[in-house]
Design a protein around this ligand. Structure first.
Ligand code: UD1
Ligand code: UDP
Length: 391
């Protein structure tokens, strides 16, 4: 209960602060340019961590690589294996208590993880304003927990920071209540800020004895892929087929969820024995963006990795039936291959022959600057992608 005994916070008693909510690997990365911009411009702000991701290599490693301050508030680690409702409810209740203490004027969430639904909902219920960074993405795949989350967050936010013209149009079509701003995606800011640092500091290419443009980089973690035996089995078969047919080294930093599932489904020994495939622990941001930059092709179901490969001009094969990052398909960086082994192999072969000269549809590296302009009442000039990619 708040101190006045009411269930909502009185606007008059809110502080000047902006609360930035993080909790998952992609959220930490995509919020990092905003956290830095707020600090640099001396806009009062603090970070709240929901505890959704907690392993060193999924969480703290990113605070180190991105040189971010420790969050001011940190909820207890989420229980491994919790259901969506339980996980979201625990974070919602924890965030609510923290917001009652801190009384920020606005809460910022980024993307579509349960962390962000919990953060947006906690703020909404207390009548604190909500800003949704990376709003307006739609896969139209209602099986995905991320799709429920992003739709709900978009409908309860005052500020909708759309990364692309397509995302803005999705928000208009959905008739959202909040105000829409076309800002670009902060992933471009993060990449621009770190790629040179990665070139200087990361030893990953040498450490893994890789040759530039001579390996496939793989990431897989989506619920609809790894939580279903038949689908995960198809993906393992696809990697085996690629190993046999192409004889190219494959590097696979394995998300903890995927590792659990491979073990539970008795696929671990099979995947470990695929020729040319190396399974490694998830790597930090500096190592990972370098692994993308020098790969011949990326095979992934990650949202962020589809964007980064597009921005770094590396072809991507997405092992899903759809994508909320249609811009990547339109500019020609990404093929949506599904999970059938032959289709994945065909898509990799096509990708290896691609001219890597598509434009970057995700922004100019100034998304965080625009978002902070809006939040601090400075004049806002929207991002314009000159050769706008039309659907
Ligand atoms: C979550 C997001 C997904 C996002 C992904 C980024 C939701 C619904 N899903 O999926 O949209 O793409 O994060 O990586 O919010 N685990 C660990 N250590 C960790 C984190 C997770 O061991 O630091 C294991 C636990 O067994 C946990 C499982 O992975 O139960 C799943 O984690 P969870 O955060 O629930 O979902 P993700 O698959 O990471
Ligand atoms: N990433 C990383 N190390 C890895 C795998 C991914 O640093 O071993 C980064 C990657 O650069 C991208 C982000 O994690 O910015 C994507 O996160 P993830 O795939 O977990 O989530 P999604 O984007 O699908 O929500």
């Amino acid at each position: 209960m708040s101190e006045n005994g009411l269930k909502v916070l009185d606007k008059k008693h809110l502080s000047d602060s902006v609360c930035v909510i993080v909790g998952t690997r992609p959220g930490i990365i995509k919020m990092s340019p905003i956290i830095k911009e707020l600090s640099w411009r001396q806009v009062p702000s603090f970070t709240l961590h929901t505890g959704q991701h907690y392993s060193y290599e999924m969480d703290k490693k990113f605070f180190e690589d991105l040189e971010l301050p420790k969050p001011l508030y940190h909820l207890p680690q989420c229980k491994p294996g919790s259901l969506h409702g339980e996980q979201t409810a625990n974070m919602l209740s924890g965030i609510e208590s923290m917001l009652i203490k801190a009384k920020p004027r606005l809460v910022l969430v980024c993307g579509d993880a349960n962390t962000n639904l919990a953060g947006a909902l906690a703020a909404r219920k207390l009548q604190i304003e909500v800003g949704h960074v990376e709003s307006g993405l739609r896969s139209n795949d209602w099986r995905m927990p991320e799709e429920h989350n992003r739709v709900i967050i978009d409908h309860i936010s005052e500020y909708l920071f759309a990364p692309t013209p397509r995302a803005r149009q999705n928000l208009i079509d959905d008739n959202v209540k909040g105000k829409i701003y076309l800002t670009g995606n902060t992933i471009v800011d993060a990449l621009i800020q770190h790629i040179e640092i990665a070139e200087r500091k990361s030893e990953i290419i040498k450490k893994l004895a890789l040759r530039e443009s001579d390996y496939v980089l793989i990431t897989i973690h989506r619920e609809e892929n790894v939580d279903h035996l038949n689908t995960l089995n198809d993906i393992v078969e696809a990697l085996k087929l690629v190993g046999h047919e192409l004889g190219i080294p494959m590097i696979f930093p394995v998300h903890p969820r995927t590792k659990n599932r491979l073990k539970i489904f008795n696929l671990w020994d099979r995947i470990m024995n695929i020729p040319g495939l190396r399974l490694i622990e998830p790597v930090g941001y500096l190592d990972f963006i370098l692994l993308i930059k020098y790969a011949s092709v990326i095979v992934t179901d990650s949202g962020g990795v589809q964007e980064e490969s597009c921005i770094l001009n590396v072809p991507c094969v997405t092992i899903r039936d759809n994508t909320e990052r249609q811009e990547t398909v339109q500019v020609g960086s990404n093929i949506i291959a599904g999970t059938n082994p032959e289709k994945i192999l065909d898509a990799i072969n096509i990708s290896l022959e691609k001219q890597r000269n598509w434009p970057n549809p995700f922004g100019d590296g100034r998304a965080a600057e625009r978002i902070v302009d809006i939040l601090s009442g400075a004049p806002f000039v929207e991002w314009s992608f000159i050769s706008e990619v039309r659907s």
